[in-house]
Design a protein around this ligand. Structure first.
Ligand code: HEC
Ligand code: HEC
Ligand code: HEC
Ligand code: HEC
Length: 135
């Protein structure tokens, strides 16, 4: 009897872990992007990125997250889990990479916002102070 109870409890716990650990729940509402430790310098205030809002506007994970192989984005979306350091932009866009970390963020964030602006769609900020907000 005791063992059965434990087993039930264990299944519940595992179930909860699987549930809360699923990619779609792993997103924080307001993500603060601050790579001060990686870049070793910080000239602008950290950027608050409303991650969920972006998913809600019908963007797919792979519009932003990628692993390229022969020019194709082969990212396995189940790897998009909170705490996975390999999906951090800084994991690949280091100082020696052709597109460094600052360029990676700027090209992706501003590139899309500018494109949407040109297409007269709802968009996000394009000016320095709107993303790097002074506290
Ligand atoms: C759409 C949002 C957005 C806009 C607009 C934007 N940035 Fe950034 N910027 C970011 C993000 C995100 C990072 C990465 C921050 C980090 O990792 O700490 C970043 C990083 C930087 C960095 C390197 C990190 C640091 O603090 O030294 C600099 C410098 C910078 N931005 C300057 C600018 C300037 C100048 C402008 C205007 C021409 C600008 N940014 C506009 C989002 C933006
Ligand atoms: C508009 C671009 C964009 C879209 C769309 C997007 N993400 Fe992200 N995501 C980011 C950025 C930028 C980061 C921050 C990466 C960093 O700090 O290096 C991030 C971080 C994450 C993290 C890491 C959280 C942490 O702190 O450990 C997870 C998990 C994640 N995204 C999952 C997803 C999933 C799942 C989807 C699709 C449902 C998705 N993302 C769609 C841009 C996006
Ligand atoms: C697994 C390694 C890896 C990770 C993680 C990664 N990138 Fe990249 N990224 C690449 C490679 C490789 C390229 C292609 C470079 C080339 O064309 O030579 C690239 C290209 C880009 C480009 C150019 C346009 C495009 O999409 O092809 C941007 C912008 C960019 N990355 C931003 C980001 C951002 C922002 C993040 C975090 C959300 C990120 N990258 C995470 C490896 C990575
Ligand atoms: C592929 C397209 C795309 C990318 C990449 C993208 N955005 Fe956006 N962003 C949008 C769209 C579309 C909206 C408008 C959403 C809305 O108002 O419903 C938006 C809105 C925003 C807003 C305003 C949200 C609000 O509450 O009004 C902020 C802040 C923002 N983005 C920051 C960023 C940052 C920082 C990055 C890069 C880390 C980024 N975005 C990358 C498409 C994008």
């Amino acid at each position: 009897m005791k063992i059965n109870c434990r087993r039930v409890l264990m299944i519940t716990v595992v179930g909860l872990l699987v549930f809360t650990g699923s990619p779609l729940r792993a997103q924080t509402d307001k993500m603060v992007i601050d790579n001060a430790k990686v870049s070793g310098r910080k000239t602008r205030p950290a950027v608050t990125f409303p991650h969920n809002k972006h998913v809600e506007v019908d963007l797919s994970c792979k519009d932003c997250h990628h692993i390229y192989e022969n020019g194709k984005n082969i990212l396995d979306e189940s790897k998009l889990e909170e705490g996975n350091q390999d999906i951090r932009c800084s994991a690949c866009h280091g100082p020696t990479f052709r597109i460094n970390l600052e360029e990676a963020f700027h090209n992706q964030c501003m590139g899309c916002h500018t494109k949407a602006q040109k297409e007269k769609k709802k968009t996000g900020p394009r000016f320095c102070g709107e993303c790097h907000i002074k506290k």
